[in-house]
Design a protein around this ligand. Sequence first.
Ligand SMILES: Cc1cc2nc3c(=O)[nH]c(=O)nc-3n(C[C@H](O)[C@H](O)[C@H](O)COP(=O)(O)OP(=O)(O)OC[C@H]3O[C@@H](n4cnc5c(N)ncnc54)[C@H](O)[C@@H]3O)c2cc1C
Length: 509
Amino acid sequence: MKVNIIGGGVSGLTAGIYLQMNGFETHIFEKHSLPGGLCTSWKKGEYTFDSCAHWILGSNTGSSFYKIWNEILDMKKIQFHNHEIRVEVGLKNNANKYGEKTFFLYTNLTRLEEYLIDLAPEDTKAIRAFIKPMRIMQKYDLPPILDDLPFLKSIVRGIKMMKYVEFVFLFLKIKNYTNYTYAKKFKNAFLRESFELLYDGEEVNMMVLTVPLAVFDKKSAGYPIGGSMAFAKKIEQTYTSLGGTMHYTTPVKKIITENGVAKGLLVRNNVAHYSDITLSAADWNYTVFDALDGKFINQEIIDLRDLKKLQIFYSVMQFSFGIAKDLAHFPHFFRIPLDEPLLSPDGTTYHRFEIHIYNYDSTLAPKGKTSVTVSFYTLEREFWIDARKHDRPRYRAAKTEFTKKIIDLLDKHLGGIKDSIEVIDVATPATFQRYTGNWKGSTQGWLPGKNLLAKSPINFYLPGLKNFYYSSHWNHAGGGLPIAIKTGRDVAKEICKANDIKFKTVRIH
Ligand SMILES: Cc1cc2nc3c(=O)[nH]c(=O)nc-3n(C[C@H](O)[C@H](O)[C@H](O)COP(=O)(O)OP(=O)(O)OC[C@H]3O[C@@H](n4cnc5c(N)ncnc54)[C@H](O)[C@@H]3O)c2cc1C
């Protein structure tokens, strides 16, 4: 049975791998010349700039994510770097008792707890209450929704499910807290300001902080040395080694349908590729409203398109610099408050800026040199997308104007690097949209709403269309690589089930 897959991002590759393992003949049609989609890095001169895999959930043994990763690539062959400090946050107003204005978010929970209590013994109770849920979370395979919860098929499995009851109670207890509401629990002004600034001044549900921290502590959210493209290529190698076929530089124009049945794909030069099953692992909006001309929709889909239910995840301005200096003495990731607000050409005002120094991955730059990125998340993506489309000189001028400001800031904060900058690369929301097709340059699909465990916004099917499936990070709000591999695996299982095939995995290493 033949399956055509649109998109060679992580979700499409994962689905392709499992379908190959289960006897399907699959073909992936990818518009780019490389695999990975948003999971990417690129080379410019002697430098490699990375854009995705800051942390891979499940990089260490012991979680179901590790099991999935290890089914699609040989995890033992990947060297993961685990940071001791997740981020260093510069404060504007308050210093701690040592006169320092920097907050260290340690990844080791014991160290973090000791650090916080040392700084604010008066908040010991609130600090312990912050750490304790993460210790409880660590008893579980996180996130719990991603386990194959089997709905009481056997007593053993039933007992396993019971285990999650404690987690659900914990979740219900803390689900409404945000970093802002939690900050208010602290008497210590330094801790209060630190918690408010953890997400660049944004108010974020505490689960977004605590679940990753619980995982970081277990050294299971590492960065893959070599970067995102090297990582994605390993998944692609598994796919082709199982007999899958990649069709690169082949954008899919339309999904061919006949009487409510998906029949194949129309690619460039109006070449048609027919198949028994079609799976789109490309952007959601493109799939539904462009490739299928909006013919297979319902009110729920219309509400999603009109952004009545969820918002689209941030897009990003990524400034990458190749600097001919050894910057090993700097922290790998820090956020600095700005003396003056920084106005982006897209109208967003920033009060802080984040610097990512890849001094922990020697494969990204020659010895003595360093790859550095500065990222600004934005919701004003239309500015960049429209300017690139309709007014290229304005687009270029806006990029140049913003880049100059960033270089000045970098020069100030990294101690005179201006003359050592050898390579500059600027990616805007228009770049992310152009290369991967993601709607409005979203970096992770939908922005999670307040209810983090809400029902998936998108499922694997479209109303009224047979032999068609959909999987990608758009399936679950929050997106990210874990969602991409989970949806890729699950959709393959769904296809097996619909075709009376008992889903199996094949050892690949
Ligand atoms: C700056 C940045 C930082 C990130 N950091 C992290 C992180 O630290 N951890 C984490 O887990 N996640 C991170 N993410 C998110 C993660 O990269 C994505 O959620 C994930 O890679 C999405 O995978 P996907 O396969 O669902 O979609 P995509 O990667 O979007 O794949 C879709 C594929 O379909 C192709 N395609 C689209 N249209 C067509 C067409 N018409 N014809 C043919 N092919 C088409 C695209 O080219 C692409 O290859 C980050 C993303 C960005 C941009």
